[in-house]
Write a protein that binds this ligand. Structure first.
Ligand SMILES: [Zn+2]
Length: 283
């Protein structure tokens, strides 16, 4: 059994440098021809493909598998798709050649309406306790409400929160990175950080500011640059893996404890990040 709990994963933070997370799921599915509106239903209709993407990340060295559950609409079908996404991620982790934890990805605004389903899925269906991840968060009031519900319903489940920041290191609601970090720390999250920004520089600045502000593990998951929209409307991320590995190296030096990728990142990017982190003797 190589599936480990979120708590076991957190115990490893800082032992040998940053942990390596995976890259994008949604944009990978789109690159395989899945329409954007069908990405989240793929847990039910294209489970083999979702599994393959997770496995490809395992093959290049990830220590975390993020469920393909970000952006699921609330209401009918949420629980079914979310549960399927969790089961796929767990099955890949269980078969992996090294110990791997599952990051259960959530939209922060979905936590309150889906709290009963979420409690049932995690308490009754999860094989081991995952690390819950509220990602691409933009609004502290929404995050606070979500964290309060999670602390009440799932007090034994570790929680990470990563936020989107503009280039001025402020969230969409105007909250600066340092204030965000302190608020999240006071809310009792186990890890915090940044994902999906407009530039790597913004991610660097947010990571260094958060690292200096709070004594918690910092998660950093930048994009593979900004997308280019082709004439057929499809979006393409063009950052080379070598550029992504340079970003990963910088993030390690700035104090990030968990490094992975967001939109547009592929297994090649995570492979390059793994290589550079290994060269820094952190993996
Ligand atoms: Zn993203």
């Amino acid at each position: 059994m190589t599936l480990i709990s979120g708590w076991q994963l957190l115990d490893r933070v800082g032992q040998r440098g940053p942990l390596l997370a995976d890259g994008a799921n949604g944009t990978m599915l789109m690159s395989y021809g899945i329409p954007a509106e069908d990405v989240l239903g793929a847990n039910l209709t294209q489970s083999d493909l979702v599994k393959r993407i997770h496995s490809d990340y395992v093959d290049v060295g990830t220590q975390l598998i993020t469920t393909n559950t970000f952006g699921l609409r609330t209401g009918g079908g949420w629980a079914e798709s979310a549960l399927a996404g969790l089961a796929i991620a767990e099955s890949v982790a269980a078969d992996a050649p090294r110990e791997i934890a599952v990051l259960f990805s959530l939209v922060s605004s979905h936590v309150v309406p889906e709290q009963e389903n979420l409690e049932r899925i995690i308490q009754e269906q999860a094989s081991v306790t995952p690390l819950l991840l509220l990602e691409t968060c933009t609004n502290m009031a929404v995050i606070s409400a979500a964290v309060a519900v999670l602390k009440q319903r799932l007090p034994q489940v570790p929680l990470a929160v990563t936020c989107h920041f503009n280039n001025d290191c402020k969230m969409v609601d105007g909250t600066p990175a340092v204030e965000c970090a302190k608020l999240l720390s006071n809310l009792g999250v186990q890890a915090l950080g940044v994902n999906c920004c407009h530039s790597a520089v913004a991610v660097f600045n947010v990571v260094s500011q958060m690292h200096a502000a709070v004594p918690l593990p910092i998660v950093a998951q930048p994009n593979a640059g900004q997308p280019v929209t082709a004439s057929d409307g499809t979006m393409h991320w063009q950052m080379e893996p070598s550029s992504f590995s340079a970003i990963a190296s910088s993030l390690a030096r700035l104090g990030a404890s968990v490094i992975g990728g967001c939109c547009g990142t592929r297994p090649e990017h995570i492979r390059a990040a793994a290589k550079v982190l290994r060269s820094l003797n952190t993996l």
